[in-house]
Ligand binder design. Structure first.
Ligand code: ZN
Length: 445
C-alpha cells in the first residue's frame, strides 16, 4: 500500500506546522498552524480579515498548495493541541477540505473559538472531540488512535495512524512528564507497545533538540514558583505575575499559591479569560470564584479596586510575559493602567523569553520600564514543553521507527537531532528524512 508524507509547514521554521499523510486513497492532515512572528513583524496586521494567499506569501500560514500532488481524499484534520502554531491556520485553510476537525476536547473548544473569530471565510467543518486512548476509523484500512502526551498546554495528544504497513506516529509537541500538574503522566507504556507492534514512520518535535539533558517536569516549575511566592509572604506591597495564558496548569499553580500567601488572585487580559474559562467549562479544576477580567472596562475597574483596597491583598496574573506591546504587563509598565508600581514591588515571569529578536527586544523594553519604577524582576520560573536530547533518545528507544522525519525546526535547528538519530543507526537520505516545506516523501510503494 502506498504511503506518502507531505511536509507542508514547520519544516523550515518553528511555527506554522502542517503535515499530511496519505495511506492509499485516504489522507489525514496533522496541524494547521500560524507562524505568529511572521505576523508580528508587520504593523497592525489583522489576520482575521486577511486572505489565505496573502498570509501564505507572508510566511504566516502553511502553503498547502502541495496537497494537490497527493492523490486521495482528506478524511480528517487533526490538531495535536491548542497552541496557535498548531491550530492558528484552521480558520484560513480548513474550509477548503471536506473533512472534520478531530482533536481532544480542550483543543476542539479552542478551534471552535478560532473559527468564530475568523471573519474572512465561513468554516463549517464538523468538529469532533476524541479523548486520548480512543480510536476512529479513517477509510476502510486505517485507524487513528490518540496517545496522551504532556506539553505546556492541557489536552495534548500524539495521533497514530495504524496502517497495513505499520504505524505512522505524529509526535508534535511534547515532553516526557511523569509528574505533571492537572493531568495524567506521559503515556510511555503505549509508545513502547507501539514500538513492539511496529512503527513505519515517526515525525518528531525538534524544537529543543539542541538542548542537552532532559526537560524537567511541570512539577519542578510548580515547586520553583511555590518557593518564590513563599519568599514574598511577609511583603505587603505589590506582586504581579505573568505567564502563558494557554498554560492552564501554570496559571492554576499561580492561583493556588497566591491564596496560600494570603492574596486574592485576579486574572487580567483577554487571552487569560479565553483559556482559563475554556478549561473551567471543560471541568479542569479552576475555582468557581476565581476573578477573571478580559475586557477593558472590567480590567480598569479591577485595577482601581486593587489600588483602593491595597496592592498587598491581591496577586494580579496578567498577560505580557514576552513584553508584547499591547499586553497587560507592558501597559502596566508604561503607566497606562491605574496600577502603580512602588520601589520593591515584585514581578514574576513564569516564562522564558522565546529566543527570537522581536521577543528579546520587546521583553528588554518591558523589563527596563518596570525597573525604572523600582520593580524587582523574578525571571525564568519555567520549564519548557518540548523534549530535549535525552527525551529524543528515549522516544527512539521506545518506538524504534523504520523511518524518522524531524519537524518543527529550521534546517540549522535539525542538526543536533540528525547527530543523535545517526548515533542510533539512522542514515540521512535512507531512513532519516530531512525535508523542506512543500516536499512529499514516499515511504512505501
Ligand atoms: Zn505546542
Amino acid at each position: 500500500m502506498e504511503i506518502e508524507i507531505a511536509t507542508i509547514g514547520g519544516y523550515e521554521e518553528v511555527g506554522r506546522n502542517m503535515t499530511a499523510v496519505r495511506v492509499g486513497d485516504d489522507i489525514v492532515v496533522f496541524d494547521m498552524g500560524l507562524n505568529l512572528s511572521q505576523v508580528l513583524i508587520h504593523d497592525d496586521v489583522r489576520t482575521e480579515q486577511m486572505h489565505s494567499l496573502d498570509l501564505i506569501d507572508m510566511g504566516a500560514i502553511p502553503d498547502d498548495r502541495v496537497m494537490s500532488e497527493l492523490e486521495g481524499d482528506v478524511k480528517a484534520i487533526v490538531p495535536t493541541h491548542g497552541h496557535l502554531d498548531h491550530i492558528g491556520a484552521i480558520g484560513k485553510l480548513a474550509h477548503r477540505y471536506d473533512a472534520p476537525v478531530v482533536g481532544s476536547p480542550f483543543t476542539i473548544e479552542l478551534v471552535r473559538q478560532e473559527i468564530e473569530d475568523e471573519s474572512k471565510f465561513d468554516v463549517d467543518n464538523d468538529l469532533i472531540k476524541m479523548e486520548a486512548g480512543e480510536t476512529m476509523d479513517i477509510g476502510d484500512e486505517v485507524e487513528m488512535e490518540f496517545v496522551h502526551v504532556t506539553h505546556s498546554i492541557v489536552g495534548a495528544v500524539s495521533p497514530v495512524l495504524h496502517t497495513p504497513e505499520g504505524a505512522v506516529v505524529y509526535g508534535l509537541d511534547k515532553r516526557i512528564d511523569h509528574d505533571p500538574v492537572l493531568e495524567d503522566p506521559f503515556d510511555m507504556e503505549r509508545f513502547r507497545e507501539l514500538g513492539d507492534e511496529g512503527v513505519l514512520a515517526y515525525i518528531e518535535d525538534c524544537t529543543n533538540a539542541g538542548r542537552k539533558g532532559r526537560t524537567p517536569s511541570e512539577s519542578v516549575a510548580r515547586k520553583h514558583l511555590h518557593d518564590t511566592l513563599k519568599s514574598f509572604e511577609d511583603y505587603t506591597g505589590g506582586i504581579v505575575a505573568t505567564t502563558f495564558s494557554s498554560h492552564v496548569s501554570r496559571v492554576s499553580s499561580l492561583v493556588e499559591f497566591a491564596k496560600e500567601i494570603g492574596r486574592k488572585p485576579i486574572l487580567l487580559g483577554r487571552s487569560m479569560e479565553k483559556y482559563t474559562n475554556t478549561a473551567r467549562d471543560l471541568g479542569y479544576p479552576i475555582p468557581d470564584d476565581l476573578e477573571i477580567y478580559g475586557h477593558r472596562r472590567s480590567r480598569e475597574r479591577a485595577f482601581k479596586r486593587i489600588m483602593n483596597e491595597g496592592k498587598g491583598n491581591f496577586l494580579p496574573v496578567v498577560t505580557g510575559h514576552q513584553g508584547e506591546p499591547r499586553a497587560m504587563l507592558t501597559r502596566m509598565a508604561r503607566g497606562e493602567t491605574p496600577f502603580q508600581f512602588d520601589d520593591g514591588d515584585k514581578v514574576v515571569f513564569s516564562a522564558r523569553v522565546i529566543p527570537e529578536p522581536t521577543n528579546e527586544g520587546q521583553r528588554y523594553a518591558a523589563e527596563r520600564l518596570l525597573k525604572m519604577q523600582g520593580a524587582r524582576i523574578y525571571d525564568e520560573i519555567h520549564v519548557s514543553g518540548h523534549l530535549r536530547e535525552e527525551g529524543h533518545y528515549q522516544m527512539l528507544d521506545a518506538i524504534r521507527p523504520d523511518n524518522v522525519i524531524p519537524s518543527h525546526q529550521s534546517l540549522g535547528g535539525y542538526a543536533p537531532y540528525v547527530d543523535l538519530a545517526e548515533s542510533q543507526g539512522y542514515t540521512v537520505g535512507e531512513d532519516l528524512h530531512i525535508s523542506r516545506n512543500g516536499n512529499v516523501i514516499q515511504l512505501t510503494e
